[in-house]
Write a protein that binds this ligand. Structure first.
Ligand SMILES: Nc1ncnc2c1ncn2[C@@H]1O[C@H](COP(=O)(O)OP(=O)(O)OP(=O)(O)O)[C@@H](O)[C@H]1O
Length: 357
């Protein structure tokens, strides 16, 4: 089955008065397979919203191709728009209307049956609050209402920019269950951009990580994390004074093994397996008191891949990445571009205006 979303080489440059043009999308590629929850991740200013807005025909791009359901967009958007539900802008509502009335009016104008309103109110958990006017809604309730609007027409593709925005932990849990149910039970393809990495790890089947307007890596969430785990080992010995000797023993025993003393422990990378460490140290007369495999989570993989991990004495600016470690570049899937801009200048600003062409 062809991908539901196919984006190739997407470019968008914002031209700003008295400033350098800003390449928000610099040849971005994105593919989303059917019936999955796909996470779209990247540091602030990396081009996620710009991509989603371009896909929905809200802004024009300077180059590249986009297809949704096999149709080229924005040119063929009218042919597919009825199959797409999206929340990418801050949702605006008539604040004196109730949640139910808001949805009823929308359903009526789209020729949808009244029952859909009650169904989506139930799905997003707003049934109890449906009578209240929107002006009394919290940020999380407005977010639920926006998702309800997007679900009204029973879309086959649901695109949500930061769906967890404003939701409390119970709301996040509920939204996760809803999105997974839509994808896995109803066959809806769900794309979510998010900053909540632990949430993406729990919610998504696959993901694309972008940085500075380009794709860095994509694939299943499990594969991406596993592919970058590079299992480091934390080793402790009864006498911390023996750690330098232990580090030396490991490094000389095998090329490519790294061993760094960190206070009262040794961090070992590149070892073939934990048993090799135990055996090599024992052969040098050093016996372990602790050996722990340190697995990575999505957050550490994200920080590594986007080059946004905190560096001592340095603050990473919006839109700025630092050098991506060589190890990260090597472990990315073939074909995935790794960009490693060193000391790149900050390149974004909230005051920037879009060039209308
Ligand atoms: N209308 C605009 N005019 C000029 N520059 C813009 C405009 N919209 C976005 N940009 C710039 O384009 C870059 C990408 O912005 P975008 O909103 O797509 O990033 P994002 O990945 O969604 O960020 P965030 O995670 O903070 O929402 C940023 O540097 C931003 O400042």
């Amino acid at each position: 089955m062809p991908p539901i979303i196919e984006i190739s080489g997407l470019r968008k440059t914002y031209r700003r008065s008295f400033r350098q043009p800003h390449h928000a999308l610099d040849g971005l590629d994105l593919e989303v397979a059917a019936g999955q929850v796909h996470g779209f991740l990247g540091p602030n200013g990396s081009g996620k919203t710009t991509t989603l807005r371009a896909l929905l025909g809200l802004i024009r791009v300077d180059g590249g191709t986009m297809r949704v359901f096999g149709e080229e967009v924005p040119h063929r958007l009218p042919q597919v728009v009825s199959r797409i539900g999206a929340v990418v802008e801050s949702p605006q509502f008539f604040k004196h209307f109730s949640g139910r009335l808001t949805l009823q009016l929308l359903a009526e104008s789209a020729g949808l049956p009244k029952e859909r309103v009650e169904a989506v109110l139930e799905q997003v958990g707003l049934r109890e609050a449906a009578k209240a006017s929107v002006k009394g809604y919290s940020l999380g309730m407005r977010q639920r209402l926006a998702v309800a609007q997007a679900l009204l027409k029973q879309p086959q593709l649901l695109i949500l920019d930061e769906p967890a925005n404003g939701l409390d932990p119970a709301g996040i849990h509920h939204m996760r269950e809803l999105l997974q149910w839509l994808a896995h039970e109803q066959g809806v393809t769900v794309v979510v951009s998010s900053h909540l990495l632990s949430e993406v790890q729990q919610l998504c089947d696959s993901m694309t990580i972008v940085s500075r307007g380009r794709r860095i890596v994509d694939g299943s969430v499990a594969d991406i994390i596993a592919g970058h785990s590079g299992a480091s080992l934390s080793v402790r010995v009864p006498d911390a004074g023996a750690l330098p000797e232990a580090a030396e023993a490991l490094k000389t025993a095998k090329a490519g093994v790294g061993a760094v003393v960190e206070r009262d422990r040794l961090v070992v990378t590149g070892a073939p397996e934990p048993a090799w460490v135990t055996q090599t140290l024992a052969e040098s007369g050093i016996y372990l008191s602790e050996l722990v495999t340190q697995t990575k989570n999505l957050e550490s993989v994200f920080l590594e891949l986007t080059g946004t991990a905190p560096q001592p004495g340095q603050t990473v600016q919006i839109g700025q990445s630092v050098a991506v470690p060589q190890a990260a570049a090597q472990s990315a899937p073939a074909g995935a571009p790794i960009e490693a801009p060193v000391n790149a200048a900050p390149e974004s600003g909230p005051e920037a205006e879009e060039a209308q062409r």
